[in-house]
Design a binder for this molecule. Structure first.
Ligand SMILES: Cc1cc2nc3c(=O)[nH]c(=O)nc-3n(C[C@H](O)[C@H](O)[C@H](O)COP(=O)(O)O)c2cc1C
Length: 191
């Protein structure tokens, strides 16, 4: 069990929403090559490592991957409807591709691939995301291998450096900022 202060809150929210599939969707904002914001929904795939990284899976042909290569900073925003809590994670993205030299990361990528549903895995064999609409046949590929990820499949890790937690339940509402330097520190701020 991690002793990171915000993680306890997040695990509690995840547990409370465990039967709500949409509770694992959050928004991940990156910075484009033109220094503009770019935002999209992604699925939370769990935690990785002792830095409490958030795991996502992405296609290395997608636009966000080109953005991350230039600007690794990102912000994720996650709202839990039943407990009325918002978490904002500001941090660095680490893209784990097929050729990653770190064995643990390589294995984590492979495990994330194996944990996907068949239909989610199949999407990585579809035609290039963001390109003009392809023929129907390009969306009916043979099922990819279950054990070995396709080359374009990536694990994406968000390493939080700051977490802004807002709980709307109170009146006034409660807000804490968690910051990572040597370890984590927190400060209660006005909502
Ligand atoms: C509910 C929902 C969940 C999604 N989950 C993911 C995901 O886990 N990974 C991903 O790359 N795209 C996911 N997408 C698609 C992205 O939001 C986005 O459309 C796509 O990745 C292309 O983004 P980009 O052009 O900024 O790279 C999801 C979309 C929705 C609506």
């Amino acid at each position: 069990m991690s002793d990171t202060p915000w993680r306890f809150l997040l695990e509690k929210s995840l547990n409370y929403h465990r039967n709500i599939r949409e509770a694992r969707y959050l928004q991940l904002a990156t910075v484009t090559q033109e220094n503009r914001p770019a935002n999209r929904s992604v699925v939370f795939r769990g935690f990785y490592g002792d830095k409490d990284c958030l795991k996502f899976v992405v296609d290395n042909r997608s636009e966000k991957v080109r953005q991350i290569a230039v600007h690794p900073w990102a912000e994720a925003c996650w709202y839990f409807t039943q407990t009325r809590e918002q978490f904002r994670f500001s941090g660095l993205l680490n893209l784990v591709q097929a050729d990653n030299a770190d064995l643990a990361l390589k294995q984590a990528r492979q495990a994330s691939w194996q944990e996907l549903s068949n239909s989610a895995r199949l999407q990585f064999a579809w035609a290039d995301p963001g390109k003009p609409r392809a023929e129907d046949a390009d969306f009916a590929p043979p099922p990819p291998p279950v054990l070995e990820p396709l080359a374009n499949f990536c694990l994406l890790l968000l390493e939080p450096m700051e977490v802004d937690y807002l709980n709307l339940m109170g009146n006034p509402q409660n807000r804490y900022i968690y910051s990572r330097n040597d370890g984590w520190s927190s400060i209660e701020v006005n909502p």
